[in-house]
Design a protein around this ligand. Sequence first.
Ligand code: MG
Length: 294
Amino acid sequence: MHQPSRLILTADPSSGALDESACHRVRNIIETEPRWLAPGAAVQFETEASVTRRHIAPALSGLPIDINVVADCDRAKKLLVADMDSTVIEQEMIDELASLTGRRDEIAAITLATMRGDLDFKQSLRRRVALLTGLTTAHLEEVAAHITLMPGAAPLVSTMRANGAVTALVSGGFTVFVEHVAARLGFDRHFGNVLDVEAGRLTGRVFEPILDAMAKRDLLLDLAHECGLAPANVIAVGDGANDLPMLEAAGLGVAFRAKPAVRTAMLNSPTGAVIDHADLSALLHLQGLPSWGG
Ligand SMILES: [Mg+2]
């Protein structure tokens, strides 16, 4: 007897890719009826855990559609743990700060290598923060004012909270921005790294201990424990290598428009999901929740 599962297809509705024709191709393989969760954006099929992405992918080859299979058990999660930079916001804030020093290209290259998993996070962060020495608190406010939210971030947080879940923003970025984004989106909890400031200027140092990949995972486990939840009741989302341990610890770990190593790890994980095309509201659809369409 196979465990019941759900096959979830998600897409950017403006692509027009997720339509009746796409559903028909899938129905020919798994022989169950589609149920739309959001028109053109998300549809689910009842299936069994023995059905995997590999069975479905050839039928949707070349289409910008995300294919995920999730277990039906404990599907609506009670705790959301989200990365910030390039996940719930569209920027890498350290790169935005770097553009004020005239060294954006240099710092952005280090950020990218770090998020791909090619550099040690703590060493890389210390090195990049040192390059920001002398920037003022006015600079921090200036870049904070230009933060743009990732599409789907607002309905993800508000819908999960409306369903009784706790939401936490857990970032390797800086508290000055994490607080701002957490307040805009209504996260219950937030965590980040603290920039050292003296006389209104960055000293080029970041406070220890640095919140790195293992600290993100430990925060997820601590928050779950605090809420009286098993890790199976947690959904985590991120894009970078420093998110991987927390994604692996969660009941559902979502690689969102992620770096290749993170994407591959979640593709191959039985508790992983990969979203390349849809926006963050896809995380609601993975849980069987309709979105408010925002
Ligand atoms: Mg990130």
